[in-house]
Design a protein around this ligand. Structure first.
Ligand code: ADP
Ligand code: MG
Length: 257
């Protein structure tokens, strides 16, 4: 099988039809990310490799500035790595084909931002349906799928309310419902518990764990070590690198090959 290697991280020497690594939904393969900072750049990620499979909740921990959000940004296709490769569902993300990738990403990847970005003028139902409506899905079908996502997070009864009427924890769950609406393969959550109390935080992580148990690949960043117990696997970041890995499952790209 032709896969990316140390000397050919993107596997590009074999052309775009090279066989991808099988298994994981998300693979970051020796990813380096330099971000602009004034007149220089900061190395936000430094040769970092990580894989997340369907059915797994992987928690990413580390101090502020260690690169957690940068991993989420690269995994969600919000920024392009400076070096290395990103594989999604067995396909290398090709920088020369970003439009196709963006479309695929909108369908298959759900993002829970630290700021929830819920739309105050819309009902909870429309907020959750929005990603599908933006993809020109029929309103009736989008609403059906949004209701299913709300039921998944225990908010079926709140569909017609505006998000600003809900508690912080409920709003967080609306954002998760929006991230899982439709047929998402991967859910990325950047500090989804940062703005809520401990009990609510545990409820949110438990919910992400249930999503994983249902077959979604889930990657969550947090700096709250109490939440690590819910994870199938924990990776600790420092200075843009993985300093430590705990737990079982396919992880490093070498194991995936
Ligand atoms: P964390 O989420 O763990 O706090 P980040 O990924 O946000 O870490 O940051 C990693 C490094 O990249 C830090 O040095 C940070 O200052 C820098 N960085 C993060 N986001 C940006 C950005 N949008 N532009 C420039 N530098 C950034
Ligand atoms: Mg962050």
């Amino acid at each position: 099988m032709t896969t990316p290697t140390e000397t050919d991280p993107a596997g590009t020497a074999h052309g775009p039809t090279a066989d991808p690594p099988s298994g994981p939904v998300l693979v970051l393969d020796h990813v380096t990310l330099d971000r602009p900072s004034g007149r220089t750049t900061v190395r936000a990620l430094d040769d970092l490799s990580l894989a997340v499979s369907a059915g797994e909740l992987v928690v990413m921990m580390g101090p502020s500035g260690s690169g957690k959000s940068s991993v989420i940004d690269v995994a969600g296709g919000l920024v392009r790595p400076t070096d290395g490769a990103v594989w999604f569902d067995g396909e290398a993300v090709r920088p020369d084909d970003l439009a196709a990738w963006r479309r695929r990403r909108r369908q298959a990847i759900g993002l829970v931002h630290q700021r929830l970005n819920l739309m105050p003028g819309l009902s909870v139902l429309d907020n959750v349906a929005l990603p599908l409506l933006l993809e020109h899905e029929r309103v009736g079908r989008a609403h059906d799928r949004a209701r299913a996502a709300l039921a998944r997070v225990g908010l079926a009864d709140h569909a017609s309310r505006p998000p600003e009427d809900l508690s912080g924890g409920e709003r967080q769950r609306v954002a998760i419902a929006r991230a899982v609406v439709g047929e998402r393969r991967l859910v990325l959550a950047d500090e989804p518990t940062a703005a809520v109390d401990t009990v609510t935080a545990e409820g949110i992580v438990e919910l992400l764990g249930r999503l994983a148990a249902d077959g979604v690949a889930v990657l969550m960043a947090t700096h709250d070590s109490r939440l690590a117990g819910w994870a199938d696997r924990v990776v600790f970041l420092r200075d843009g690198r993985i300093a430590e890995r705990r737990g079982t499952g396919q992880d490093v790209v070498e194991e995936v090959r």
